[in-house]
Design a protein around this ligand. Structure first.
Ligand code: HEM
Length: 405
């Protein structure tokens, strides 16, 4: 549909979406740049995410705009700095290796749920800072149920129709949220009392030590909202991108072999390029949204306040002038030229750019490294898996079904 609209109307066209209003889709990197570098008072992202507010809370980075957004983002940015990720490498590799070794051989096996198990455990250990044991098992189960609220398409539609306030009062929603809240507040209280805060490098411990500009600490409610935000934003997205990487590699045995050889030689360049190419060709989020608080001139049109402008990740990534042979899976293209700020946008851009972009790419590299070192991979069906839209993310239709050796 996006291609058809682009053929007919060009790089800028309008869609009217029920319950969402007007979206002006943008496929031209110049227009995308204008949006990402635009004034955050005019280009609101949080407003478009209000559906998540009853679940993630009013302090969630995803639902805030302008000053409140920048002040939460300032607190959350330092723990996600690229160089800090090294501290999590060993834990991530251990979790991935244990899971990968347990997968059955010689039978069709769906990897997406298993990638979700890996990314959930990685978040529990590195973001929440929880050690293996009973507490981790209890929280893991409660979070799985909770995540269903944001990833199950059957629950998203009633949420859209009823609106955030009424949905929050519904029994099944309430129960799942209350259970998670109880466990998270218990964890936050324990961390505040912990004597070893300075030696800990998990993100919750860093948030306990973080200070607002006026010197005050984050409240329990702020911490709860941001922990759940990181979980919801970071768990399914990364698991799905990993599933796509395997889905694509399994159908390109030569590229898989090159990756294996380079990983075994301790080289990272092809691994990085493979991840970049997976995120280009199969972005898990195909558009990002900014709602306008004032009229804006873009591409020769005046777009009214109240409409949304939506940089279209999917179309920008498939522009043949930027990416020759755009439908082909070719990690090599990123060996020749690094990704551009406004032409490679799987993590969005500007002041709303994905906070976990370094975390996610580092995690994908760790997991793929463990996988290609340990297992042979071939597709269960040689046909490529189609793109299937779940609640928010675009996933492989058959959950990346492969046969492992
Ligand atoms: C491959 C995995 C991931 C993809 C494709 C992805 C993609 C995105 C996209 C497209 C946005 C919206 C950006 C915009 O509006 O310009 C976003 C925002 C965000 N992501 Fe990610 N993400 C991933 C992983 C993660 C991880 C691992 C975390 C944290 C642990 C995370 C945390 C966030 C947060 C907090 C925001 C909101 C930022 C803000 O509004 O200031 N993401 N992500």
């Amino acid at each position: 549909m996006l291609y058809a609209c682009q053929d007919r109307y060009g790089d800028m066209f309008t869609l009217k979406i029920a319950y969402e209003g007007t979206w002006v889709m943008l496929a031209d990197p110049e227009a995308v740049k204008q949006v990402f570098t635009g004034d955050p008072r005019v280009f609101h992202a949080g407003e478009g995410n209000q559906i998540l507010a009853p679940i993630l809370g009013r302090n969630s980075l995803l639902v805030l705009d302008e000053k409140p957004h920048m002040s939460q983002r300032r607190l959350l940015l330092p723990p996600f700095h690229g160089e800090r990720m090294q501290a999590y490498g060993k834990t991530m590799a251990e979790i991935a290796a244990r899971e990968i070794e347990s997968w059955p051989a010689a039978t069709p096996y769906k990897l997406r749920p298993r990638m979700q198990a890996i990314t959930l455990d990685i978040i529990l250990r590195t973001v929440f800072g929880i050690e293996e044991g009973e507490e981790m098992a209890e929280l893991r189960e409660a979070l799985r149920e909770f995540l269903d609220l944001t990833t199950n398409p059957a629950l998203l539609l009633p949420a859209l129709l009823l609106g955030p306030d009424r949905i929050r009062r519904l029994g099944p929603f309430r129960r799942r949220i209350d259970r998670v809240d109880r466990l998270i507040y218990r964890e936050i209280a324990a961390r505040r009392r912990a004597g070893d805060l300075e030696e800990r490098d998990d993100i919750l411990s860093l948030l306990v030590a973080a200070r607002h500009e006026d010197g005050s600490p984050m409240s329990d409610e702020e911490m709860r909202d941001e922990l759940l935000t990181l979980l919801v934003a970071g768990h399914e997205t990364t698991a799905t991108s990993l599933s796509w990487a395997v889905e694509r590699l399994a159908r390109h045995p030569n590229k898989l072999e090159r990756l294996r050889t380079e990983v075994e030689a301790g080289e990272d360049a092809y691994l990085t390029a493979t991840i970049q190419e997976t995120l280009r060709l199969r972005p898990v989020i195909s558009i990002v949204i900014r709602r306008l608080t004032e009229p804006v001139e873009l591409g020769g049109y005046e777009i009214p306040a109240g409409a949304s402008v939506t940089p279209c990740v999917y179309l920008v990534h498939r522009n043949p002038e930027i990416y020759p042979n755009p439908d082909a899976f070719e990690p090599e293209r990123f060996l020749r030229e690094p990704p551009g700020t406004y032409t490679w946008i799987p993590f969005g851009g500007g002041v709303r750019r994905c906070l976990g972009a370094s975390f996610a790419q580092f995690e994908m590299a760790v997991v793929l490294r463990e996988l290609v070192r340990r297992r042979q991979i071939r597709p269960a069906d040689p046909k490529p898996e189609r793109v299937f839209r779940r609640a928010i993310t675009e996933t492989p239709r058959h959950d990346a079904t492969v046969i492992l050796g």
